[in-house]
Design a protein around this ligand. Structure first.
Ligand code: BG6
Length: 487
């Protein structure tokens, strides 16, 4: 369904997110004829640019990162404009209001506005209040929606304050809190895999599942984002949002329907059932790490403290490994081992479901266990491991696999996360956006960890290109288990 005519206003128009993710996503939607016939993209930031200058920047960045068709690119750029405003000065938003009014005056149908806040979080309450002061929250002349990027708050208290401020000017139905992991096809497929296959769902509980691993590993370090990252760390950057949302998809109860309310009720319920982390959990079931300089494949990689924008004495974690429990009927006692880190050996995100052994080991204790590997990225697919009788005499077993890969699907136009989420927001579908109760449940859960990296015994070093501190291996080894190392 093509969304209605809309103006897409991007605050933070010169930022990294805009050029790396938003503009390419909008370009692909345009090329695939998924944007309305009458749409515009208006970049907004402080720097003075003419429409033409900004268009040129957009064009150059698309040429650099995407495969483009010259004709389509030229057409697309005709929809792009620019408005410089001082986002801290409420009066200045009058210029934006005027731009949008001019567009509305040229149009036969009511125009809708999607305001994308791709700015530093310090502007998340300022921009909506200033938009509202100019009536740009008023839906009597077309819908007005806000997309807000993570981090949504800095901790539980600031997240609650921000939510209160947003609700002074915008209704919940106008607020779209983006978590781009929910836009990933493979994350959404967790729901179809679980709730459309009668074969798996009966086994999806504490009676049959031994433990679950959730891994989001990155090879890259903090790159140019040291300034932001040093105030965030892996817990705020990845665990509080992306990883806990994935956990919710793996662990939630079946919703009565796939819509914004039914889905998000179940997500909030499971996140609220996470067992709170006690002081003992922080010492026993949590591992924080920071990458240190090392040579990898003949290249010297700097340690985290040597990265630009990072303090030389920084205690910010670039790795977090955690054993979590969900206190409900389905999952009681099943550990969820979660880890994420920068400068690990490779980029991979996956969920591994380890099934319990059969009750009596007739083929010996070494017979392989059943594992289901849900590969979120980059090698998207689903792998099922099971035991096979090794051909020949006797009953020796070996592990074999059934493997489905997304790239085997012919004819499928897989949208990137940002493409999908931009379309959903324009279509008014909030199913794949985080609701404030879930965001707060995640903050409540990670809150005890947020300052734990300051504890003198809490932060371990790990060399670039390794799977994190050895203490993270011990977290599982203590339970006679081991991480899967997906290389
Ligand atoms: C972002 C984080 O939200 O997600 C980054 O701020 C991280 O630090 C990125 O690299 C990972 O996203 P993806 O889609 O590449 O797994």
């Amino acid at each position: 369904v093509i969304p209605e005519n809309s103006d897409i206003v991007i605050f933070g128009a010169s930022g990294d997110l805009t050029y790396r993710k938003l503009i390419p996503a909008l370009y692909h939607l345009y090329v695939n004829q998924m944007l309305p016939s009458d749409f515009s993209i208006l970049g907004v930031s402080r720097t003075a640019h003419s429409d033409e200058e900004y268009r040129e920047k957009v064009r150059a960045s698309l040429l650099k990162t995407e495969k483009t068709d010259p004709e389509k690119l030229a057409e697309f750029c005709q929809h792009v404009g620019y408005q410089a405003i001082n986002t801290l000065d409420c009066d200045d938003y009058g210029k934006l209001q005027q731009r949008l009014q001019e567009k509305a005056a040229q149009s036969d149908t009511p125009r809708n506005s999607l305001f994308y806040l791709a700015t530093p979080p310090s502007l998340y309450d300022v921009i909506p209040a200033s938009l509202a002061a100019h009536g740009l929250n008023d839906e009597s002349t077309g819908w007005k929606r806000l997309i807000i990027e993570k981090p949504f708050g800095y901790d539980l208290e600031t997240a609650q304050e921000l939510d209160k401020k947003l609700h002074q000017h915008f209704k919940e139905s106008q607020i779209f809190r983006i978590d781009h992991y929910l836009g990933k096809e493979t994350v959404q497929n967790l729901l179809v895999f679980r709730f459309a296959n009668g074969m798996f769902e009966p086994l999806w509980n504490r009676n049959f599942i031994d433990y679950v691993e959730i891994t989001a590993a990155e090879f890259l370090g903090v790159e140019e984002r040291g300034g932001y990252y040093d105030n965030a760390g892996a817990v705020r950057d990845m665990l509080q949002n992306h990883l806990l949302q994935v956990l919710a998809m793996v662990a939630m109860e079946p919703p009565s329907a796939i819509n914004g309310n039914a889905m998000r009720d179940e997500v909030a319920k499971v996140l609220n059932s996470l067992q709170p982390l006690s002081d003992e959990d922080l010492r026993q079931n949590l591992v924080l790490g920071q990458y240190t300089a090392s040579e990898l494949r003949g290249k010297e990689l700097p340690g985290y403290r040597e990265e630009p924008g990072v303090s030389e004495e920084s205690r910010t974690e670039t790795y977090v490994g955690l054993k979590a429990f969900i206190n409900n009927w389905r999952w009681n006692g099943v550990p969820f081992y979660i880890r994420t880190g920068k400068r690990l050996p490779t980029r991979v995100t996956e969920v591994v479901i380890h099934f319990k052994k059969t009750p009596h080991p007739v083929f010996g204790k070494d017979a392989p266990d059943n594992k289901l590997v849900l590969r979120i990225q980059p090698d998207e697919g689903i792998l099922m491991n099971f035991a096979l009788k090794r051909p020949g005499a006797g009953f020796k077993t070996q592990e074999v696999a059934m493997d489905f890969r997304y790239d085997e699907l012919v004819d499928s136009n897989v949208l990137t996360a940002y493409e999908r989420l931009l379309l959903d927001a324009m279509g008014g579908d909030s199913t794949l956006f985080a609701r404030s109760d879930a965001v707060e449940a995640c903050w409540r859960y990670v809150q005890p960890i947020l300052s734990f990296n300051q504890d003198p015994h809490a932060l371990f070093g790990y060399a670039c290109g390794t799977w994190g501190p050895k203490e993270a291996d011990e977290l599982l080894a203590r339970d006679n288990r081991a991480w899967r190392f997906p290389c």
